[in-house]
Design a binder for this molecule. Sequence first.
Ligand code: UD1
Length: 367
Amino acid sequence: MSGGVLHVCGARPNFMKVAPIWRALAERTHLPQTLVHTGQHYDARMSQVFFDELGLPAPDLSLGVGSGSHAEQTAKVMVALERVLERRRPALVSVVGDVNSTLAAALVAAKAQIPLAHVEAGLRSFDRGMPEEVNRVVVDRLAALLLTPSGDADENLRREGARPEQIHRVGNVMVDTLRANLAAAQARPVLRDLALAPKGYAVCTLHRPANVDDPKMLGRILRGLAAVQRALPVVFPAHPRTRKVLDGLGALLAELPGLRLCEPMGYLDFLGLTSQARLVLTDSGGLQEETTALGVPCLTLRENTERPITVALGTNVLVGRDPERIAREALAAIEGRGKRGTVPQGWDGRAGVRVAEIYAGFLRAER
Ligand code: UD1
């Protein structure tokens, strides 16, 4: 291929963002598309299930980089992708989110002098201790097209010197995927299989290195869940990173019989589960947005968020990692005093279409 759009994805939260962009480009433009999977995530439950459920085509190329330190993972993607870009010479490289694959692709595209588009640009936690924050800042600096989900993102980019014509507020592509799949997700038998009633349980996910890599910190957060799991079952699909540390916390877990650990879920089962939950407790970025789109109360177990609009307008409350605060806020939500919110503008199921129009216009102007 020469010309067209080359998408790079690699980790679980990328797949639901690429799907609506891919579809809108296929339906509305004649642009050739190439899908590259870096292989950052490779377990079937972390990757293949999303392709199957979201109607994404099989990747044209799989780089198979796998896990490693930040430098190893980023470098492996860079080396493999450089060869791909040399061969294929796309007219535009499209990246989403803030994972290491996103950063690696941005660096390679910039050096190959191929224009880069970043979807989900401008989000900032202002915490450089988070690897994703480093990735976000660098990727946005290199991108020609900055496609943002919210006004705070536009403002961050302007402050960092982006030109106004680079910034395009498209809304939230992940919400496109959520809306397109909500009915199918709620038709899944996941609640029945887990013997849960709608609004009769909470969902917890944790995978941030700052929360899960140190068993003391993870134990502290789990203690915050003690009162919650006494009030109602807490379903906890554990990321592989978290599972490794939980394996050493057996004694503590034995004291929490209402905490129901399970394997990571596919997209549809997990959306079926979260959309009918009484409450979600998480350190995920994407889930903060999904709960706001769903109107489900969310407690974010972090000190900061790169998605402040979910706090300002949505159902999200930043509660940190103090066990007493976690328990207090969770019980309030369980008693029906959870945060109510509104859905931000542009989180309307049409963000992918807006991205496709911007890509097509950009490439017409480049010719
Ligand atoms: C990555 C992203 C993070 C995102 C998260 C979603 C970066 C810096 N972080 O974090 O922003 O929120 O994905 O899941 O890119 N592992 C498996 N199987 C897999 C993938 C990973 O067992 O399919 C295990 C490996 O032990 C690996 C560890 O999980 O070392 C961490 O994986 P990695 O991709 O490095 O980071 P995540 O924590 O998943």
